[in-house]
Each structure stands twice: as C-alpha cells, then as structure tokens.
Ligand binder design. Structure first.
Ligand code: AMP
Length: 397
C-alpha cells in the first residue's frame, strides 16, 4: 500500500514531541487508517478500525493511546492484546520507535521466560503488549494489575477469536476498569467480532478501510488450475518463471509445510528456504523470521496462524499452494505481499484443484474481483477430464 493521504500528522492533533519522533523515524505522511483513526482515538472515544497489518495500523492505535499516558504514574496504562507472539513482538518494536524512548514497555507472551516479563512490568511498564494466554497468567500471579488502565487495544481481533482466545479476552476485559477506552482492530468483521464489540465497547466509531479494495489495489492476483499430483512441479515452474525476490508459500497443514520443505530443499538445492508453523520451537520460529527479514531466505513455507503475522516489506509473492480454508484467510495471506514501504507491487497466485472451483468463487465474491488465470509457459498443470479417463481405461487407475 502506498502512503497516500492529503493530510499531515500535525493536522491530526498530535503533540509536538510526537511529531518530532515521527519525523526522526521517517514517517512523513499518515497512511489512510492513521488519518482517520488517530483523530477519533485522540478524543478518548472507543473506535473500531478495519485494517490489516501493513497498513500502518500500529501507529494508528499506538500514537493516540500513548499521548494520554501519565508519566508520573508508574502503572500499566495501555494493554495491547494480539493473537501471536510474532505480532506482539513486532508491535513492541514499532511502539518503542513511536514513543521515542519516553515510555517503558513490556512484553507478555508465551514461549518466552516469564521472569523477564515480570521484571519489566515491575520496573514500571506503562505499556504491556502480549498474547491473551500469558496475560492471564500474569494477572493470576498478581504481577500484572490493570486498575490504572486507560486504553485496551484488541489487535487482529478476528484472528484472536478464530484461534479460540474469546474466553481469555473476556476474562481480561473483566479485570479492566469500566471507565477506559477500547480500541479494536480487525482485518475482517465477522459476527463474532461485532458481538464482542457490542458487549465491551461504548458507542464505538467505525473506520472502515475496506480490506477487499486494498488487496485488489496493490497486488496482482491470479489462480491456476492444477492436479494435486502436479502441484510440486507447478510450484517449481512458477518460481522459475516469477523469480520472486521473496515468496511465502502457504499450506493448510503443518505436515504439508514440512513435507514441502523436505522436497524443495532437495530439489532447489538451496539453503534459502525454510518452513514455519506452530509446532516449531519458539527459538526456531524467531530465527526463521529474522532470516526472512534480513533477506537470507527466498522462500518461506508457512501455515496460516503463523504466516499471517509476518510483517516484512520485501515479500514479492504469495503462493497459495493449498487454497485457504476460509475466505478471510485468503485476504490475510495475500496481505503479506506488497506492503507499505515496499516499492513494488506484489503478486499472489492461488493453486486450485478442479474440485475446488466453488472455493475459488467464494474467494472471488469476498474480494469482489474475478481472478484471471495464471499460465506457465509450456506446462499443463492439469489434464482435462476426458484425457484422464482415457488414461485410466488404458493403464488402469
Ligand atoms: P503496521 O501496519 O503497523 O504493521 O505497519 C507496517 C509498516 O509500515 C511498519 O514497518 C511501519 O514502520 C511502517 N509505517 C507505518 N506508518 C507509516 C507512515 N505513516 N509512514 C511510513 N511508514 C509507516
């Protein structure tokens, strides 16, 4: 997405020192979500922003929240809940930049030593960012106290609910003061998210930057029909033809991801390929993301839950090796390419089996676009039905 907006950060009502920090970090113009969300959030009202990662949403909710922090109160005043560790860590890095060293921040995520997190909170953290499970832990142990909380942020609310965090989120909300500001960010707005908003937010304003349009604007999207047993050959051909700078290949299952990695590390004779999914130990996951960010990896094979939190600007291609199970996942996956601050547009190519035509149509309806067919020169990715039947008659199934 390009940073297109005819306003300035100054006009949004941010304080001088925030403006200076933004300038120092190279933020010249607000992104569309920032332009709309910041003025509302600065008033202290509850606000819902429909935007995905990569649109500048972190600054959209962090800048106004941080303006209201009372520096003389060494207590947690902002709590940000996010679905994954990776996203929480990205939020932390971005927030540190945005506060220009003024605030103390702490992380609260699983898979990391809890003692360090407890220490950071005890040292007077004003902002805590984390995943619901670990935040509950910290609350239970009494290390995290929310009675001075001013702003609660629910980031990627749709995904948090998707992966079953609803009870945890509700438990956390119940420990927040009822007089607070609640900001909710979500790439999509399914009923479950709306219900959560209705229950725990007060007359929220809605900033809707239609996800579907944003994906269409920035990313060239295609589908390609393929027989299951030709998917691997097709992937090799696509890579040869596209020469992606960096690509994420999405599979539906962890086993599928591992299997592809095994086959492709051999076939491509390259160490610039890795896989990431929920079963990998945290240290390994971190290393993979670091290598991807540093440009050491060219191909990353990922499943939805982990893959979707990846916020890296160099991704040129998304390949849906398995068509996503849910239309919303399509939007999330494709959103990994052609990110803000990336000079070039991305490309997304979705592999579709003949029996998955209905699933493709659902996606097309979701993004309100008919996808063109992708062609690989000199390669038939599927055999027409009649031909296959003839082969079966001739050679047996
Ligand atoms: P986010 O959607 O918050 O994950 O942001 C995606 C990336 O865009 C991050 O690397 C930010 O540092 C960067 N970014 C966000 N807002 C702006 C802006 N207004 N100008 C330039 N870069 C930005």
């Amino acid at each position: 997405m390009q940073v297109l907006s005819d306003t300035t950060f100054r006009k949004l009502g941010l304080q001088e020192r925030t403006l200076a920090t933004l300038a120092k970090n190279g933020y010249e113009t607000p992104s569309p979500i920032q332009a709309k969300f910041i003025p509302i959030a600065l008033t202290g009202r509850d606000c819902i922003g429909q935007a995905r990662t990569g649109t500048g949403k972190t600054a959209a909710f962090m800048l106004p929240s941080m303006e209201n922090v009372d520096l003389t109160t060494p207590a947690v005043q902002i709590l940000v809940l996010a679905p994954t560790r990776e996203l929480s860590e990205q939020l932390l890095v971005e927030s540190k930049k945005l506060c220009g060293g003024r605030l103390r921040l702490a992380l609260g995520v699983g898979g990391r030593p809890i003692h360090k997190q407890i220490q950071d909170i005890a040292n007077g953290a004003m902002v805590v960012i984390g995943t619901p499970g670990r935040i509950i832990d910290l609350l239970r142990r009494g290390n995290l106290v929310l009675d001075k909380l001013k702003v609660l942020v629910l980031d990627e609310a749709d995904r948090m609910l998707d992966i079953g965090f609803r009870p945890d989120i509700e438990r956390i909300i119940k420990q927040c003061p009822s007089k607070r500001q609640t900001l909710l960010l979500s790439a999509t707005m399914p009923d479950v998210v709306e219900r959560l908003a209705q229950k725990y937010m007060t007359n929220p304003d809605m900033v809707d930057l239609s996800e579907a349009n944003m994906v269409v604007d920035t990313i060239e999207q295609y589908y390609v029909t393929v027989d299951e047993d030709r998917k691997r050959s097709l992937l090799l051909r696509v890579i040869a033809q596209e020469k992606p700078a960096q690509a994420i290949v999405f599979t539906r299952t962890k086993r599928g991801a591992d299997k592809l990695l095994e086959v492709f590390s051999r076939r491509l004779k390259s160490d610039r390929i890795a896989a990431i999914h929920g079963d990998l130990p945290q240290g390994k996951r971190d290393r993979v993301i670091k290598d991807l960010r540093a440009g050491k990896l060219r191909l990353l094979i990922a499943t939805d839950v982990v893959g979707r939190g990846i916020d890296i600007s160099g991704i040129s291609h998304i390949i849906n090796y398995d068509i996503p199970e849910y239309c919303d996942d399509y939007v999330h996956r494709v959103g990994r390419a052609g990110r803000l601050s990336s000079a070039e547009n991305g490309r997304a190519i979705t592999f579709v089996r003949l029996d998955q035509g209905g699933e493709l149509t659902n996606i097309e309806m979701r993004i309100n676009t008919v996808l063109p067919e992708y062609r690989v020169d000199g390669f038939e990715a599927y055999r027409p039905k009649e031909l296959r039947q003839r082969e079966i008659r001739k050679f047996g199934a």
